[in-house]
Design a protein around this ligand. Structure first.
Ligand code: FAD
Ligand code: NAG
Ligand code: NAG
Ligand code: NAG
Ligand code: NAG
Ligand code: NAG
Ligand code: NAG
Length: 517
């Protein structure tokens, strides 16, 4: 049970980042015109265009590099990225836009030990990890009017909080939840073994992982079927799904709930997770073109086996294969058109508000409690019973800002469905608000029950990595989904996947498919 409480504590999208790593920079960037004037796909080798340089696109380039090395084949890749930086939804900002402060994650902030690609990459790239276990704060679950339960915290309050939890929900529901989450993780880990499934559709991946039943019902109904107490699901598990995916227990599917609860041993890269993706690109041998949105991908008229990729600036180049690594294929015009209405499904539109405040904790007046917790999660349970809906999904204290000659400030991150006004901020932090930074993201897909996934392989040589995001949406799973796509591409073109025919038989317990082969 304790582990579950710890688990809940770390379900937060938390990242305390310290020293500044490197400035985001273009790597291997060549003048675009040189490339576009260059020759088209050569006869023997293969060329690949990757659209997008987030977790999915950068890792796709990295896996292609691994394949080239292992198989000794001639394959080159170009990455096209609309923005001026690598990382996509994984990026940082500086408080007061000043590098004298530590950078703060604006998007994806944590990954966990079982996220083997992220953990391995951080290690191999010599990036330092911040472990969030060490500085656990008490989490309060707020229902819009009051705190209904407190979770985690320092040892003493932990026990007290635990007793409260058992009194309110009993011990069977937490225990069953742990069993469900552990079962999910066990199955998930098969993705890193020699016998990892390879899939052309997401439904196939779901069925090979035995996750189909998980996705058939809402989290509420799934948990009810497993004998888990309704209130526990609606107050505690929902607190996790709201902070992780901005979705409630009666809308998100069971898998989304289990993934949200599987946040044991959370880490982040010191200075920003984007550094993993920069390193992927840097070590891939691929060329990258930043500030280069792609507007269309169409089947080449001269060679039907090729694809012509066009940039917004009107340049075009043909490739043997195209890996689309953007959340929606709709940002790119595909020809022939793929009647892929499914991938146009909605993403959760999330408001992220970062502030710097001198307030040591949220306002006691506003939260109507003497010492409000520094980590506030929320439930919609009160609203389901006719009460008001919390105005935010989560409100969490992060970095401490210390600069000589200035009072200490704290960075607070607020996730919400609607814009958080200055007026609201002033009330919630007793008027002690300094820097404010607002960002809106199409953060993650709605993880609905009975998902109707869009295809991974759209056509011969045309792949969409992010079809997988409608199944599980994390940085890690995007690197797994791109590995699958690269495996298929290499198999189709060179007769074997990233690891070649031979697989290393070394029974190393840390074996990770694609890295160790
Ligand atoms: C606020 C927030 C918190 C999150 N927290 C976590 C977390 O703690 N842990 C976690 O694992 N995940 C988290 N996520 C989810 C995670 O960010 C995503 O699952 C993951 O980063 C997606 O990576 P991606 O490469 O598939 O997509 P993206 O990161 O979106 O990358 C796609 C890239 O494609 C580019 N692009 C788009 N269209 C074009 C075009 N036409 N031409 C060229 N380039 C184009 C974009 O600019 C972008 O760089 C969070 C997300 C958000 C928004
Ligand atoms: C490259 O391909 C395009 C169209 O597919 C063609 O118009 C162009 O002439 C080719 N360029 C070279 C150098 O072969
Ligand atoms: C932050 O600072 C940089 C460099 O000083 C500047 O180019 C940029 O416009 C600033 N951004 C904001 C949001 O003020
Ligand atoms: C990482 O650091 C170790 C020891 O400091 C060094 O031996 C190794 O070469 C470094 N690796 C990379 C990839 O920089
Ligand atoms: C698959 O899931 C079902 C239902 O959750 C479970 O009963 C079964 O044991 C699982 N099978 C495997 C092989 O994990
Ligand atoms: C990328 O590689 C170049 C040259 O090999 C190196 O100078 C640069 O520091 C690297 N950047 C990152 C983020 O690893
Ligand atoms: C695309 O799919 C939708 C829904 O399945 C269908 O109604 C529509 O007719 C299709 N359009 C084309 C051009 O095939």
């Amino acid at each position: 049970m304790i582990s579950l409480i710890v688990l809940v504590v770390y379900c937060l999208r938390v990242c305390q980042a310290f020293e500044l790593g490197s400035e985001i920079q273009a790597i291997n960037q060549e003048a675009l015109s040189d490339s576009l004037l260059g020759k088209n796909a050569s006869d023997s080798g293969r060329t690949v265009a990757i659209i997008g340089a987030g977790a999915a696109g950068s890792s796709a380039a990295f896996w292609i590099g691994k394949g080239r090395e292992r198989l000794g084949v001639d394959v080159t890749a170009d990455i096209y990225e609309a923005e001026g930086y690598i990382g996509g939804r994984s990026t940082v900002v500086y408080p007061y836009n000043s590098t004298q402060y530590v950078p703060v994650e604006l998007g994806a902030s944590i990954f966990v030990d079982v996220n083997k690609n992220m953990m391995r990459a951080a290690r191999e790239f010599n990036l330092s990890l911040l472990h969030f276990e060490d500085n656990a704060e008490v989490n309060g679950v707020w229902d819009g009017e009051k705190f209904i339960v407190f979770l985690g915290g320092s040892r003493l309050s932990n026990w007290w909080n635990l007793l409260q939890v058992i009194r309110r929900y009993g011990w069977r529901s937490p225990k069953r939840t742990i069993d469900i989450v552990n079962g999910m993780i066990k199955s998930f880990l098969t993705l890193y073994t020699r016998d990892t499934p390879r899939w052309r559709t997401v439904a196939e991946a779901s069925s090979r992982l035995n996750f189909t039943q998980f996705t058939e019902d809402t989290l509420s109904r799934y948990m009810e079927g497993k004998g888990v107490d309704r209130l526990w699901t609606h107050e505690v598990i929902e607190a996790a799904t709201r902070v992780n995916y901005g979705q409630n227990a009666d809308e998100i599917n069971g898998l989304g709930g289990a993934v949200s609860m599987a946040a044991d041993d959370a880490s982040g890269v010191e200075g920003g997770n984007y550094q993993i993706f920069e390193n992927f690109v840097n070590r891939s041998g691929a060329r990258i073109f930043l500030n280069t949105p792609i507007t269309s991908v169409k089947r080449s008229s001269s060679s039907l086996a090729q694809w012509e990729v066009s940039t917004a600036a009107g340049d075009a180049k043909t490739y043997d294969a195209v890996i689309i690594a953007t959340p929606q294929t709709s940002s790119v015009r595909l020809s022939p058109p793929y009647n892929d209405t499914k991938s146009k499904r909605k993403f959760v539109h999330l408001h992220v508000t970062l502030i710097a405040t001198t307030a040591e904790r949220p306002s006691a007046t506003f939260f109507n409690t003497p010492k409000p917790p520094k980590w506030i999660l929320t439930t919609r349970e009160n609203a389901r019973n006719g009460g008001p809906e919390p105005e935010f999904n989560s409100l969490t204290y992060h970095e401490t800002l210390v600069v000589e000659g200035k009072p200490t400030e704290y960075v607070v991150k607020i996730f919400s469905k609607e814009r958080i006004s200055d007026e609201w901020l002033n009330k919630a932090f007793d008027g002690q608000v300094g820097w404010v930074y607002r960002k809106e993201w199409d953060a993650y897909p709605y993880l609905l029950p009975q998902p109707d996934y869009s295809p991974v392989v759209l056509d011969q040589g045309l792949y969409h990595v992010n079809a997988f995001e409608h199944f599980i949406s994390t940085m890690e799973t995007e690197t797994v989904a791109s590995r699958n796509v690269v495996d298929i591409f290499l198999e189709e073109n060179f007769g074997s996947g990233i690891c070649g025919q031979e697989r290393n038989l070394d029974r190393n317990e840390n074996y990770v498919y694609g890295w160790d082969c």
